[in-house]
Design a protein around this ligand. Structure first.
Ligand code: 4AZ
Length: 858
């Protein structure tokens, strides 16, 4: 029996009857009747108890539910909005939240808002209060009030409150929107107001963990420029867990122009971010942009408001803090040449662009251009830039910001040279930006053309783009829709014909890159051996089963070079030389974690090429993270800043390019005291606790460096004293003379050099992934200027490369077996930067292994 049941049935009954519980189960002579009476009585008591317990449980449940909803289940909902108060004239006192005038009008607005929400039961039930955040001057001299309305809502009712809030405002459309029931002049209340817009406030702005709040309010006048910046900028990183806002006002009939001159925040916008609003309150419907991460000096953006106000908010969380931002604000006339928008355009050609271009266009713009070219001609519009993106918008929907050409809507981002043609001599272009989110806009050219010759002297792509006829069938997609690479007759001399019909430059064959798209350019490469054979580097073919059998069947060690165990061979350029002068067959055996030399020398001196953080695989130049390239050094000329890169190869020695340390008429770059080396650096604008600045003791330029050809472009620098290695300062492995970096291998280049040809230096260390290019091909592409002491790498279609300022820095190659990084090259020279078919040229470090050891002992 269950002991509980026993207690419930028997315990109380024994007591009820005044019996001694110990006697309860003793049999009596007339025990049967006594037992029956007892049983009936016990059942009644038990039922009563069960009912009581159920009632108690229900009561407890109700209490828990009640308290749960009253405490944990309540959410704070904040909405922001603005209203015009048409029966009040604006005075400057309204800009000062401490003035009597501000307080009086704010209190009136709060009262009126209470009455306003009072009409809607679900809102009045949960309404807490409304507080006016700011007033601004409308163009007709009346007052605009910006307020926050707070509600305390049970979680389950939150959607109903959102719904009620959105239905009471009829503010889609525009700021000059329609009147709603919110229009009112109530008896005993002297405000005549019209709600203009209202929207939820981003939950991150009302987060209770934000410890410090900063609020600033500025009014700019014509000819003045003010500065706003994150707390502690530029000396220290911004503080954690703060909310800061700047209310910016301009005179009526002006716009706010905000230009960022520095922007370096944490990459993740969920942690730290800036938001701009086309309002003085953080209304979600009027967000112009959200920014985080780093922007180089060349891409510092400029924003324009639609009216005479703008709000900048800045939020940080408790994790990582960065340098922050600085921006200049000023006022510009609402209608000016820069913000010109629409009109009639005539002639045979001309240009037009989105308002404010190349600044971001303002919200709430509507422009129409009527373009007409001479009768008998047709007209086309070509976009050199087109960027009309909005979060959550897809390019075939285009309901927010868009451009309409003869009723064809375009939005999102389009490639340069996108063309739209008309079959008449007229074209109408309409540009619309809505209340929220702005972008860079577009820049366009219109051109008249003869209907029967749309691309005079050029090739017309299927997408109406005209390209230089030489670009047809050159292996590159110049049209953007591959129509220039279709139906090609490949040139015998220059082209390889892919199986899928494309013609690709001959030199792209067998470079281990799938240029055709169907891999046909990478088939049948190397010596033609049978499928059951191994192809040797010397052109021989040996049976597959002879691979890694401990015999040198190829004769050059190829069949024994990619094996778990090495064999001792006659020394050649393909063998690795151990310290005891024995030569072994294994390819790249140094520091791979296995002892291959009898004397173990291939695994000595291997405290190199490792890093605390791994990089992700992203092609193209982008910012590195701290500790990603701990051998990267920034060489500064004292008083001038960064000039060249270098690599740490031990705690005392750096490798750089000889051309970085050649004397010129102006400066004696070969003098050690001209230089200072920064180790463990990520951003040129800030140093971390692990950054070390070192003086240079001596510079050893390669004695055979040729400044005319850049042959032997390598130099060693000795630090004044050894550096303490740490997670941000660590040597890269030097490859043995026999180390192979085959064509097609992916390698990384890093540096603070120019981010484009003739551009600016980068502030944060940039990284890019490029491929080793075949020597013969590179020599053809670079006018036979490649010597055996150079190695080429790049992306032949262009756009990814080293540039001025990267010189002397590393080309790092990850060894697939050990994961260690080896110094494959030193950035040396090139024909411009990132040009098509112009790879970067690097000093081939394997050629200098013994010279480095002789000079530095490393
Ligand atoms: C330079 O001037 C330079 N594109 C370095 C590398 C490259 C071009 C120029 C490679 O230091």
């Amino acid at each position: 029996m269950d002991p509980l049941e026993n207690e419930a049935k028997d315990g109380p009954s024994a007591q009820d009857e005044g019996l001694d519980a110990s006697m309860q189960f003793l049999p009596t002579p007339d025990s049967e009747t006594v037992e029956k009476a007892k049983l009936a009585c016990r059942t009644i008591v038990a039922i009563t108890l069960v009912v009581l317990a159920a009632v108690l449980a229900l009561l407890i449940g109700l209490l828990v539910w009640h308290f749960h909803l009253r405490t944990d289940g309540i959410v704070k909902k904040v909405f922001s909005g603005s209203m015009t108060i048409s029966n009040h004239r604006f005075t400057d006192n309204y800009e000062d939240s401490n003035s009597v005038q501000f307080k009086e009008l704010a209190s009136q607005v709060s009262k009126q808002m209470k009455g306003f929400y009072g009409h809607v039961p679900i809102l009045s039930r949960y309404y807490i209060n409304s507080t006016v955040q700011a007033f601004s001057e409308a163009s007709d001299d009346s007052v605009i009030a910006y307020y926050l309305s707070e509600f305390s809502v049970p979680v389950a009712k939150a959607p109903a409150v959102d719904e009620a809030m959105s239905s009471i405002y009829q503010d889609e459309g525009s700021k000059h929107g329609r009147l709603s029931q919110s229009m009112g002049r109530k008896p005993g209340n002297d405000l005549s107001f019209k709600i203009m817009t209202s929207g939820a406030v981003d939950a991150r702005l009302v987060n209770s963990s934000l410890q410090s709040h900063f609020k600033y309010s500025y009014h700019t006048r014509t000819g003045e420029t003010g500065t706003i910046q994150s707390p502690r900028f530029p000396d220290q990183p911004y503080p954690p867990n703060i909310y800061a806002e700047w209310q910016l006002r301009a005179d009526p009939a002006h716009r706010i122009r905000l230009e960022f001159t520095a922007l370096n925040l944490e990459k993740n916008c969920n942690n730290d971010f800036i938001r701009l609003y086309d309002s003085l309150v953080p209304n979600e419907k009027q967000v112009m942009v959200e920014k985080c991460g780093y922007y180089t000096p060349t891409e510092q953006p400029i924003y324009l408001s639609s009216g005479n106000v703008m709000l900048v908010t800045f939020v940080t969380n408790g994790e990582k803090n960065y340098p922050g931002f600085r921006a200049f604000y000023s006022q510009v006339p609402a209608q000016s040449k820069d913000i010109e928008c629409g009109g009639k355009l005539t002639g045979t050609n001309g240009t037009f662009s989105s308002p404010g271009f190349p600044s971001y266009y303002p919200p709430q713009m509507q422009c129409v251009w009527d373009i007409e070219v001479p009768a008998g001609k047709h007209v086309k519009v070509k976009f050199s830039k087109f960027s009309l993106r909005e979060p959550g918008e897809t390019p075939n929907h285009c309901s927010k910001d868009y451009l309409e050409i003869n009723n064809h809507r375009m939005c999102g981002e389009k490639p340069p040279n996108t063309v739209h043609s008309s079959r008449t001599n007229q074209i109408t272009v309409r540009f619309v930006s809505d209340m929220s989110y702005v972008d860079k806009g577009f820049s366009a050219e219109f051109v008249a053309f003869e209907p029967n010759d749309p691309c005079p002297g050029k090739f017309q792509c299927d997408n109406d783009v005209c390209i230089n006829p030489q670009l047809k069938c050159d292996g590159y997609d110049d049209c953007g829709d591959t129509s220039d690479e279709m139906n090609c007759v490949c040139s015998e001399e220059f082209h390889f014909k892919c199986k899928n019909g494309y013609c690709k430059p001959k030199f792209w064959r067998c470079d281990r890159v799938n240029d055709c798209g169907d891999k046909s350019d990478e088939e049948n490469c190397g010596p033609v051996c049978k499928s059951w054979q191994v192809s040797c580097r010397n052109g021989h073919c040996v049976p597959e089963h002879q691979k890694c059998d401990g015999h040198n069947d190829c004769g050059d060690g190829t069949d024994e070079s990619e094996c778990p165990r090495s064999i001792v061979l006659k020394c050649s350029e393909f063998t690795y030389k151990c310290k005891n002068n024995q030569c072994i067959s294994k390819q790249n055996p140094e520091c791979d974690g296995e002892v291959d030399c009898e004397d173990g020398s291939d695994e000595s001196g291997c405290d190199c090429g490792t890093r605390p953080y791994r990089s992700s695989r992203i092609v193209g130049g982008e910012a590195s993270s701290e500790g990603e390239w701990p051998w990267q050094v920034s060489l500064h000329v004292k008083g001038e800043g960064h000039v060249c890169g270098a690599s740490v190869i031990s705690d005392l020695w750096l490798i750089t390019a000889a051309h970085c340390v050649q004397d010129t008429e102006r400066l004696k770059y070969s003098q050690p005291d001209l230089w200072e080396a920064y180790l463990g650096l990520l951003s040129q604008s800030e140093s971390s606790a692990d950054t070390v600045q070192k003086s240079i003791k001596q510079i050893i330029s390669h004695p055979e460096y040729d400044p005319r050809t850049y042959d032997n472009d390598i130099a060693l620098m000795e630090l004044n004293s050894p550096v303490t290695l740490n997670q941000n300062i660590w040597p890269i492995c030097l490859p043995a003379a026999s180390h192979e970096f085959p064509a097609g291998l992916d390698v990384w280049i890093t540096g603070w050099g120019q981010t484009r040809e003739d551009g600016y230096l980068a502030t944060v260390l940039q990284k890019a992934e490029v491929r080793i290019i075949n020597d013969t091909i590179c020599n053809q592409l670079m006018n036979n200027e490649i010597t055996p002491r150079m190695i080429c790498a790049g992306v032949l279609s262009g756009g990814v490369d080293a540039c001025q300022g990267d010189s002397g820095g590393p080309m790092s190659s990850v060894d697939p077996d050990s994961g260690r990084l080896f110094l494959a090259g030193v950035v040396s020279w090139g024909d411009g930067c990132g040009r098509k078919n112009k790879p970067g040229v690097y000093t081939r470090v394997t050629k200098y292994r013994s010279w480095i050891r002789e000079q530095s002992g490393v």
